[in-house]
Design a protein around this ligand. Structure first.
Ligand code: ZN
Length: 240
C-alpha cells in the first residue's frame, strides 16, 4: 500500500496540483496531510477544499490554527501575520471550522503524523537537530512518524542513539525508529524550490522524498495580484 504524505501546502495551488498528479502516477491510493494547508499563498480556499475532498487524515498546523481562531497574530513574523489576516477574510465559516477541528496528532494505520513536534505538538517548536528529535522520540510509540513545519526534508533515526541521516530514500529496518520531515509542498526552505512530499510504500517498508517542478510563475503572480507581500512570491524562487 502506497501513501502520499504531504504538508505545508501554504495555499500554493499549483504546487499541490503537481504533487497530487505525481502521487497518482506513483500509484498512491492513500493520502495523509501534515497541516499548514493555508497561509502565505493565494489559494487557501481551493487548497483547503482539495485536501478536504481527499477525505484523508489531516493534522493541524500553526497556520491552520492562526487562520481559524480569533487569537492575536502579533507573535508571528510580519509576513505570516499579513498573510493570515488576508486568509481569514477568504475562508467561510464552514472552512474555518474544518481547520479549527483538526487534531494535533493522529495515528494512521501503524504510523503517526504531527505538524511540529510530538513532545509538545501545540507549542509549534521546530525539530532541526538530533536533540530536538530526541525529545519527540520519547513520545513516539510507532516505528515511523512523519512531520513538517520546518519546510526542510530531514530524516532522524533512533537505534541506540539518535542520528540525522542524509539522502532522499530510506529502507526501514527492524528495531529502528524514524522521525521524518517530508518537506513542504508550497514553500520549500532548503534552497531547492521544487515542491516536496514523500511516498511511503508500507508493504516494502520504503520511503522516498520526491521533488517536483510546478507552475511557479502562476503561483507568484497570484500572490502579487492578491496584494500579499511580494516577498512571499520572491521566496518561492529561492526555496527559502
Ligand atoms: Zn508551514
Amino acid at each position: 500500500m502506497k501513501f502520499a504524505i504531504f504538508g505545508d501546502i501554504h495555499a500554493n495551488l499549483e504546487a499541490l496540483h503537481a504533487v497530487l498528479a505525481d502521487a497518482q502516477e506513483q500509484g498512491c491510493a492513500n493520502y495523509v496531510c501534515l497541516g499548514d494547508v493555508v497561509g502565505y499563498g493565494a489559494n487557501p480556499v481551493e487548497c483547503l477544499e482539495i485536501v478536504r475532498s481527499l477525505g484523508c487524515p489531516v493534522v493541524r498546523g500553526n497556520h491552520d490554527e492562526g487562520a481559524s481562531d480569533n487569537s492575536s497574530l502579533e507573535d508571528l513574523n510580519p509576513l505570516a501575520e499579513h498573510a493570515l489576516r488576508w486568509t481569514r477574510e477568504q475562508l467561510n465559516e464552514d472552512q474555518t471550522q474544518w481547520l479549527r477541528e483538526l487534531k494535533l496528532v493522529r495515528q494512521v494505520r501503524d504510523f503517526t503524523i504531527v505538524h511540529a513536534t510530538l513532545d509538545s505538538p501545540g507549542s509549534w517548536g521546530y525539530v532541526t537537530n538530533r536533540f530536538d528529535a530526541m525529545a519527540s522520540f520519547s513520545y513516539q510509540f510507532t516505528q515511523v512518524c512523519f512531520y513538517g513545519h520546518t519546510h526542510v526534508p530531514r530524516l532522524f533515526e533512533k537505534e541506540d542513539s539518535v542520528r540525522a541521516a542524509r539522502g532522499s530514500e530510506v529502507q526501514l529496518r527492524r528495531g529502528v525508529k524514524y522521525f521524518i520531515n517530508v518537506g513542504s509542498v508550497g514553500q520549500p526552505r532548503d534552497g531547492d524550490p521544487r515542491a516536496s512530499y514523500a511516498v511511503f510504500d508500507s508493504q516494502n517498508h520504503f520511503i522516498q522524498i520526491r521533488r517536483l517542478d510546478y507552475d511557479m510563475p502562476t503561483a507568484q503572480r497570484k500572490i502579487r495580484e492578491a496584494g500579499l507581500p511580494p516577498l512571499l512570491a520572491e521566496r518561492l524562487s529561492l526555496g527559502k
